[in-house]
Design a protein around this ligand. Sequence first.
Ligand SMILES: C[S@@+](CC[C@H](N)C(=O)[O-])C[C@H]1O[C@@H](n2cnc3c(N)ncnc32)[C@H](O)[C@@H]1O
Length: 211
Amino acid sequence: MRFFKNLHNEIDFFFRKNIKLSRKIKENIEQTETSHITEWLQNLINVEKNNIKILDIGAKNWYYVKELYNFFKFNNFEKEIWLDGIEIDAFRVYIDLHTRYDHAMYYSKDLKNCRYIAGDFLKHNEKYDYITWFYPFVTENPLLEWGLPLSTFRPLEMLQHAVASLKPGGIIIIKNQDEKEYIIQENLFQQLNVSYKKEPKCLITMSQNMS
Ligand SMILES: C[S@@+](CC[C@H](N)C(=O)[O-])C[C@H]1O[C@@H](n2cnc3c(N)ncnc32)[C@H](O)[C@@H]1O
């Protein structure tokens, strides 16, 4: 069963990745998904800094981009921030016949310096002050259920690349699904010999390179 599920996902993903359907959303769409970004992130980082560059890994349709953006803007209209979101499966089609990409463009359309990147994070080589990563896949089954093939399951490489994508003093904030996933996530940090801190709502790590 698992073999066929993976094969199905591999074929499906191949077509989505190569066909790249996209149509601009013109009508108003009702947002049904809710996020808790502020609750998760507050007290973890100093967001008063200006000119910061932020990356959100696995942005899905970026339904939460406004909350993420406003959190880093810190109610300061003068402050400049650059926010990127990257998603490997950006062309999954929803019931409204629009893709994740279309939705992400819609949700981020009024936000200055916001960029939704349809691509594989492992092939993205820019440096960031902050990296947010909500619900990374740390076990195979949720990834398969999500519709991705096992060839995209690379949790250790992803974490290593995230650490390497930090500017000196940069910070990664990871939100896992449950305690079981936190334990697996912590194990990945330990395998890479990267220090981390478990906060009540997230795991955080800071770049070891401070220069
Ligand atoms: C569990 S979902 C979390 C989605 C979103 N962050 C949220 O909070 O609702 C994980 C997301 O990571 C994406 N992803 C997995 N591997 C990726 C990669 N190598 N590069 C970019 N995105 C990836 C998946 O396609 C999926 O949308």
